[in-house]
Design a protein around this ligand. Structure first.
Ligand code: HEC
Length: 122
């Protein structure tokens, strides 16, 4: 019985300690190492879909200059529109998405790895 109360108190304290924190960038970082080949279909499309196409749609919205709707669009933006430096920039005037929050570092690294691996589609 006594043990039960101690356990309940510990559980309660744990919830108090961890339950009320806000979501930070750290929560979004998946810490599993990237071992496989990075491809557009598997890894990159979901990142762009979740973070960019609200503006980089086709036709683009909110003043964005080009769509990022498919493999060709994203490849072109990596090669000719500094996509990688725009998502890693420390300069708020350059950062994409505009006004942040900056993409979690592991996602930026995934895109870097995709480029280094030769921009494989699938
Ligand atoms: C809220 C709307 C919005 C979102 C979300 C957004 N962008 Fe943009 N993007 C813009 C606007 C507006 C511009 C043009 C002004 C500029 O270059 O800063 C732009 C420009 C760019 C450029 C430069 C294009 C060029 O020709 O110079 C790249 C690359 C880019 N965005 C990539 C991205 C990526 C990748 C994401 C997602 C991680 C993203 N953007 C999310 C609005 C957005």
């Amino acid at each position: 019985m006594k043990n039960g109360i101690v356990q309940l108190t510990l559980i309660g304290l744990t919830i108090l300690l961890f339950g009320c924190t806000t979501v930070s960038q750290d929560d979004l970082i998946v810490s599993s190492p990237i071992l496989e080949v990075v491809t557009y279909n598997k890894n990159i499309e979901p990142i762009i879909h979740n973070n960019c196409i609200i503006c980089h749609s086709n036709p683009p919205e909110n003043g964005a200059p080009m769509p990022l709707m498919n493999y060709e669009n994203v490849k072109e933006a990596i090669q000719n529109r500094n996509l990688l430096s725009r998502i890693s920039s420390e300069d708020p005037a350059l950062l994409m998405p505009p006004g942040g929050p900056k993409l979690p570092q592991n996602l930026v690294e995934l895109i870097v790895k995709w480029k280094e691996g030769g921009l494989i589609k699938e």
